[in-house]
Design a protein around this ligand. Structure first.
Ligand SMILES: *Cc1c(COP(=O)(O)O)cnc(C)c1O
Length: 720
């Protein structure tokens, strides 16, 4: 066993009969295994909720007497054995989709590089959509038996915890954690050098690494916080997406260059390299450097690296694409071009983007030039990406630009709540869970009885409301200690009222404030006493995004404004755990990005797995997911350069004329049949076409298998 924490060291006090609880807790697969989840919750339901579903924290702090009692409880032991059996079965991939489909592929794993991974809330190293997507990617790779290893950074101070001052201005607090107390195994010696080193700004930085087991998938997290490093460098991996271009470039250097070196040090030899977003582009440069160092000519090294590289771009918004000046590149990376056998002009040309000009090194351009397969994350986004980057293939029309798309999906076992799984157990037959990859299983969703769907939703909604209200009360008590917030909030969250949910990063293009554009009309909508409507908002603004913080502040103030009669609520700290409650608590999911800025969007897919239809603009996944019966869509504005007023008008028209009437149109038993039909359609479409299982099968078929199988890529790559 390599140095680091063993299960026994992390959880010292387990009775022999249930010692395997440590193995379950240390593989994140527990988080999408129903037996394992109920096992932990049975140990101590209150503590389980208090730890926000963190099995290590639970086992480290539970009363030892309680564990002794569990060890002699027959029901507990039966559940324990089932859960342990599933976790141990992950040791083999023999009967998985990938092995059955592609028995001939023997070559090594796909290395999947990403700046953030959201696997579970107890490891807060993500900020939002990209991280959630990457976490879901790892989980589905495990489910399908796709050989894949994730590479990321261990941010020891997390992203940030959100709170507010009296004026509703967002305050960011570090979310510090101790890796030794987490489901991570240290792969480097504690006080020694790292596994690999690299030069950053002329200094040598030693890198350690931690391993997380996500089912069958390993996630390797790089860490510069080693005692041997210069104090300045120990903080390089402290925080996610810190502001400041130089720091960002240093982090990308650690991820890209360090990631390649650490994998080599661990003896992992990937057969395919997938850069998930441009943050990881330096991984390709480092692989070219290694080949040149071994004697290859630069052009041959580029060709060889291309053959094994896949790149996914995630946003058309320019601010989402890092690019750096020549001076920054030279300062942080040193004269890398010398090690590549080229001059600095040729090096800068690898990162030339028409949009930023010859003086910037643009990470997306680097990755596009050096990857054999490039894709956007929905059909619309594929098209937008071909338009943006077509100039890299002079002479080709937009349609001929070799950039494809794989539409994002979400991990159904993470995002479909247990209540819905129970509903499907009853309606689809016991074995549906093993057949989720078969579209026909999902067709059966359309036959589920109205009352069963509705009551299942109502039960979830009531439970989730209790959680959200308790959480809000706790905050008022612990954080603000000011009763006036409670008073101003009136009849906070009535579970019988039509509830709209809006939760996302507060990036301005996502337009959380579209609803507030003309406040009177909103107030009229929500204060209708016969057909009340309430709105739950949640989301964080990036620490450097003052425009986003101003939108947050408006919503925060409205939620405390007596005019909104308690019908507008803001839930702090949007993260996975809160998100899962929100999807259960609402009736409609709102998603109104300015078209075409939202590359895909995934929260609407998760809402649908919770039986919640979406109302959205025709962007990202919704442009292909909307089928006329699974939600509502805002028709695209006639003037796309200034769509806000149009989109606002359409949004209110839909709410007033369609959404509210349909919701309150009940049969004699109080079931809104038309509405329920929409809920079923939402679940059907999302379960069938928008899961990460479907996404991973697409990645495997379109990109991973051709690369791992050694076939040839596009014969006319952009010039480097
Ligand atoms: C799904 C999710 C996101 C991303 O949602 P989008 O629809 O892509 O904006 C962000 N944060 C959390 C916590 C999520 O669960």
């Amino acid at each position: 066993m390599p140095p680091g924490m063993t299960p026994k060291e992390k959880i010292p006090q387990l009775p022999e009969a249930i010692a395997g609880l440590a193995d379950i807790a240390l593989n994140l697969a527990w988080s999408w295994n129903r037996d394992a989840e109920s096992l932990f919750s049975r140990i101590d339901p209150v503590l389980w909720a208090e730890t926000r579903d963190d099995p290590l924290a639970l086992l480290q702090s539970v009363d030892p007497g309680r564990l002794e009692a569990c060890a002699t409880d027959e029901h507990f032991i039966a559940l324990y054995e089932r859960a342990l059996g599933s976790i141990r079965a992950l040791g083999s991939d023999e009967h998985t989709w990938f092995r059955l489909q592609y028995p001939e592929i023997a070559s090594g794993p796909v290395a999947y590089f990403c700046a953030e991974f959201a696997v579970h809330d107890s490891i807060p190293i993500y900020s939002g959509g990209l991280g959630i997507l990457a976490g879901d990617h790892l989980k589905s790779a495990s489910d399908l038996g796709i050989p894949l290893v994730g590479v990321g950074l261990l941010y020891s101070r997390g992203y940030f915890d959100q709170s507010f001052d009296d004026e509703g201005w967002q305050i960011n607090e570090d979310e510090v954690f101790d890796p030794a107390r987490m489901p991570l195994r240290r792969l480097h010696a504690e006080n020694g050098p790292g596994l690999a080193s690299l030069e950053v700004e002329g200094r040598t930085v030693e890198l350690g690494a931690w391993e997380m087991n996500v089912g069958r998938t390993r996630l390797i997290l790089l860490d510069s916080d080693l005692v041997v490093n210069d104090p300045l460098d120990r903080d390089l991996t402290a925080r996610l997406y810190e502001s400041g271009e130089e720091l960002r470039l240093k982090q990308e250097c650690i991820l890209g260059v360090g990631g390649v070196r650490v994998l080599a040090a661990l003896g992992i030899e990937p057969g395919c390299w997938h850069a998930n977003e441009g943050h990881a582009a330096l991984m390709m440069i480092e692989r070219i450097r290694r080949r040149v160092e071994q004697g290859a000519a630069f052009d041959d090294a580029v060709a060889a690296v291309r053959e094994r590289s896949v790149f996914t771009t995630h946003t058309p918004v320019p601010a989402g694409h890092d690019n750096f000046s020549f001076e920054q590149v030279e300062k942080i990376l040193g004269p890398v071009w010398e090690r590549l056998g080229i001059d600095s002009h040729r090096f800068m040309r690898i990162g030339f983007a028409p949009e930023t000009g010859p003086d910037r090194f643009h990470m997306t351009a680097v990755a596009i030039r050096l990857a054999r397969h490039v894709n956007g994350v929905s059909k619309v986004h594929g098209q937008v990406t071909r338009e943006i980057w077509g100039e890299l293939w002079p002479g080709r029309s937009t349609d001929e630009v070799p950039i494809g798309s794989v539409t994002n999906g979400v991990h159904n076992w993470t995002w479909m709540p247990e209540e819905v799984q129970i509903l499907l157990d009853g309606a689809l037959g016991e074995r549906w869970a093993e057949q989720v990859d078969d579209p026909e299983v999902w067709d059966r969703v359309l036959g589920i009885d109205d009352a069963a769907v509705w009551h299942s939703h109502q039960r979830m909604k009531h439970r989730a409301f209790r959680f959200l209200v308790e959480r809000a009360r706790g905050r008022w008590r612990d954080v603000w200690g000011k009763a006036r917030h409670l008073v101003a909030s009136g009849p906070l969250l009535d579970p019988e009222a039509l509830t709209l949910g809006f939760a996302r990063r507060f990036a301005t293009y996502k337009r959380a404030d579209l609803l507030l554009r003309h406040e009177e009309r909103l107030l009229d909508l929500i204060t209708d006493s016969r057909r009340p409507v309430q709105i739950v908002f949640s989301g964080k603004a990036h620490p450097a995004d003052d425009a986003g913080k101003r939108i947050l502040q408006r919503i925060y103030k409205l939620s405390h404004d007596a005019r909104s009669a308690g019908r507008v609520a803001f839930v702090q700290d949007y993260e996975m755990h809160v998100a899962r409650s929100l999807f259960r608590a609402v009736d409609v999911w709102l998603n109104v990005p300015r078209v075409p800025r939202e590359a895909s969007g995934t929260s609407g897919m998760k809402a649908a797995l919770n039986l919640v239809p979406q109302l959205g603009t025709m962007d990202g996944w919704w442009a292909e997911g909307f089928n006329g019966e699974n939600g509502w869509t805002i028709p695209t504005a006639p003037n796309p350069d200034d769509p806000d007023e149009w989109d606002w008008e359409q949004l209110f028209r839909l709410l007033e004329e369609e959404v509210v009437p349909l919701y309150y149109d009940r049969d004699h038993q109080g079931v809104p049949n038309g509405w329920v039909a929409m809920m079923r359609q939402a679940l059907w479409v999302s379960g069938r076409d928008f899961t990460s299982g479907r996404m991973l099968r697409d990645y495997a078929r379109q990109y991973y298998v051709p690369v791992l199988g050694g076939g040839q890529g596009d014969d006319d790559p952009p010039t480097v």
